[in-house]
Each structure stands twice: as C-alpha cells, then as structure tokens.
Design a binder for this molecule. Structure first.
Ligand code: ADP
Ligand code: MG
Length: 373
C-alpha cells in the first residue's frame, strides 16, 4: 500500500505541466521589460526556429527621412524643375515626395496646385501642374508611360544610385528633364544588428522597392549579401513566400509602409514601433524602441526561453524517472530501501520548485545584443 501511494504521489506530472507555460510567461514578461512586445507563445517558438531575417530598407534599415542632396536639370533651370516636381508631389504621402516638397519650401519656391494626381505604388506619381503633364518617379514609371530619358540624364541617375541614393526622374509633357538625388541615412545600429544576426547563423536579406544600384550600395555598407530590389509593394509578401517555399523559416522586419502583407506572411513579423499602426497591428513582435538591435535581442530571448523549456522538461522528467522505480520498491530487495509517501510528496514539490525557479531566472536574462546598453 505504501509503495502504491508513493508511486502515485511521485508520478504526479505537475512539474511537466509547469515547464512550458511558466517559461513562456516569464519570457514574454521579460521581453516587455526590455521594450520587446512578443504577442504570443507561438511567436516565441517560431523565432527560435528562424534561419533567415529579411529587412525592409526604407524606414527600417534607414531612418526613413530622406533629403534631396543633389539635382541636375536638362534644358531648364534646376529650381524650376524642383518647383514642378514638388508641386506634383504635394498630394503624395511617400517619404520621397515629402523630401522634394521640403527642399522646394526650404528654397522658398512657390509651389503650384496639382491636378489629376495619380500615385503609382513603387513607381512614382503623375499630375498636371500649370498645364504641364508632370511625371516624377523611377525608370519603371518612365517605361510604363513610354517616356525616353536622355543618356546624360540616365547617366546622372545611375551616378546618384551608385552612391546609395535614390534617383527620382522628372518628365514634363513626355520629355525627361531632370534627376533628383535623394539620400536617406542608414540607422546607427543597422550594421551592428546585421553583423550579429549573421554571427547567429541567420542569413540576412534586404527587400526594397528601390533601384538595384542604390540598394546594392546600402547593402554593401551594411554587409548584407542578398538583396531583392525593385520589388513592388504588393510583391514583397510574395518574395517572403518564395523564401519559405525554399524551406526557410523567415522573419520580416518592417515599418508597415507598404509592407504589412509581408509582415503577415513571414513566420515572424517584427514591426518597428516607430512605424505605422498597421505594422504594430500585424506584427507578431513589436519593438517599442526604434533600435534594430532589439530585433536581434528578440530572437536571442526566444532561443533562451525555448532552451529553458527543454531544461525544465528534463528536470520534470528526471525526478520522475529516478524516483518512480524507487517508490515502486526497486531498491527494496537489495538494500531494503522504501520511499515513504511524505518524501515522495517532498520530491514532487521539489521538482515543481526547480522548474518554476528556472523559469523565474529568465527575468534576469539580458540578451547579448543589448548587453552594453
Ligand atoms: P521601399 O520598398 O524602399 O519602401 P517603395 O516601394 O515605397 O520603396 O518605392 C519604391 C520606389 O518607387 C522608390 O525608390 C521610387 O523610385 C519610386 N517611388 C515611389 N513613390 C514615389 C514618389 N511619390 N515619387 C517618386 N518616386 C516614387
Ligand atoms: Mg518601407
């Protein structure tokens, strides 16, 4: 009878039941303290299994507040070209449009009313300004509209792009007449974050709607080897899907400006908190601070939590595996040892305490990526 009761008591699997939920709860709480909001246990589990991290460029790897740094006009004055381009861009919310408008205002130019405004996502805008048909955007837009730009103008645009800038081309009434160089600064922590992810054996990819040349220039600066450029906003999630079909488990880091579907498609969507509401809504993990090292920290935290769960399960089983046979009397014939029910109770309590303590220790965990902060 004593052996029966001892076995029943010692076999109680409560530590096993505690192993996973306690670690996940404490892990998610620890994330919140660090400014990393992990929305679910699944997000935590998926983050541990990742093998690739894809970044949006504009607003994620870069500050997302571009500035017009240079321009060249052909057959007209630079100021006049900027004035018309900026006028056409007033209705647009795109950061490039804002950069043109800001520059024109800084130069004290009188902007005109745009009519018949049309935005082409990932390409640019069309509008009528002071009776002129204005087209401002990239080569794709020029091709769509059947506009040919002069070799000098294209050469200038390529030159801007080779410096990691975005070139916005301007056409008036179907004739290419100016190129603007718009630069966006790389975030201070971007390079470090990329390096750390690569050290963690994750492959880092950049996905952008921007031109290949400027994308490559920025990627080179950050040490990113795989670049998908000239991806239209609606195709970003398709690119993620293709990576997943290739067998990768992919995280996408974005700010939500035309990349919310990619955030949703990724195994783990990591939204920058400074980004749009839709990103915060769609992301599985939201970074409260605008610091890319937190994306690294989120993955490190997830790995830590999952390894802690495995440790917990080990301890939960170790007690049972060791003590069930003892309680059943395995040592009685040889050594005369029996296991009293109260000791069995103590052992079971000890296993639960071990597991809960191991989980609570996660509260002290500092991800290596943000150790020095
Ligand atoms: P990203 O993926 O870097 O966030 P987008 O998809 O928003 O970029 O835009 C891709 C490209 O489309 C830009 O690099 C630019 O060439 C062109 N483009 C989009 N909107 C505009 C605009 N309002 N004015 C000029 N060019 C634009
Ligand atoms: Mg963006």
């Amino acid at each position: 009878m004593t052996a029966l009761i001892s076995v029943l008591v010692v076999a109680c699997p409560c530590a096993l039941g505690l192993a996973t939920p306690t670690a996940i709860t404490v892990g998610i709480g620890r994330g919140a303290e660090l400014g990393i909001l992990i929305k679910s246990g699944e997000a935590l589990e998926a983050s541990e299994k990742l093998d690739a991290v894809a970044f949006d460029k504009t607003g994620t790897l870069t500050v997302g507040r571009p500035e017009v740094t240079d321009m060249a006009a052909f057959g007209m004055g630079e100021a006049e070209a900027l004035r018309l381009a900026a006028s056409a861009q007033i209705p647009s919310e795109h950061p490039l449009a804002e950069a043109l408008v800001r520059k024109a205002r800084q130069m004290g130019l009188d902007l005109a009313q745009a009519e018949g405004f049309e935005a082409r996502p990932g390409k640019g805008v069309l509008a009528v300004v002071e009776g002129h048909r204005v087209v401002a955007g990239n080569r794709m837009l020029f091709a769509d509209e059947g506009i040919a730009a002069s070799p000098e103008m294209l050469e200038k645009a390529s030159f801007y792009e080779s410096q990691g800038r975005t070139a916005v081309l301007l056409a008036l009434d179907g004739r290419g007449c100016a190129a603007f160089s718009i630069s966006d600064q790389v975030k201070s922590m971007a390079q470090e974050a990329v390096l750390q992810l690569q050290r963690m054996n994750l492959s880092v990819v950049m996905i952008t709607g921007d031109n290949a040349r400027s994308a490559e220039a920025i990627a080179g600066l950050l040490g990113i080897k795989r670049v998908l450029s000239e991806v239209l906003p609606e195709d970003k999630s398709g690119e993620i899907k293709r990576m997943q079909e290739g067998g990768s488990s992919v995280a996408f880091v974005g700010d939500g400006i035309n990349d919310a579907p990619a955030l949703a498609q990724a195994d783990v969507g990591i939204a920058i908190g400074s980004g749009t509401d839709v990103a915060i809504e769609t992301g599985d993990i939201v970074l409260m601070k605008d610091d890319l090292l937190d994306a690294v920290a989120a993955i490190q935290l997830s790995r830590k939590v999952i390894s802690r769960i495995k440790q917990n399960i080990f301890w939960a089983f170790a007690y049972n595996a060791l003590l069930v046979p003892v309680a059943a009397g395995a040592l009685y014939p040889a050594f005369g040892i029996t296991f009293r029910p109260e000791l069995a109770g103590l052992a079971m309590a000890a296993s639960s305490v071990t597991v809960v303590s191991l989980s609570l220790l996660l509260k002290k965990y500092v991800p290596p990526a943000i150790k020095d902060r």
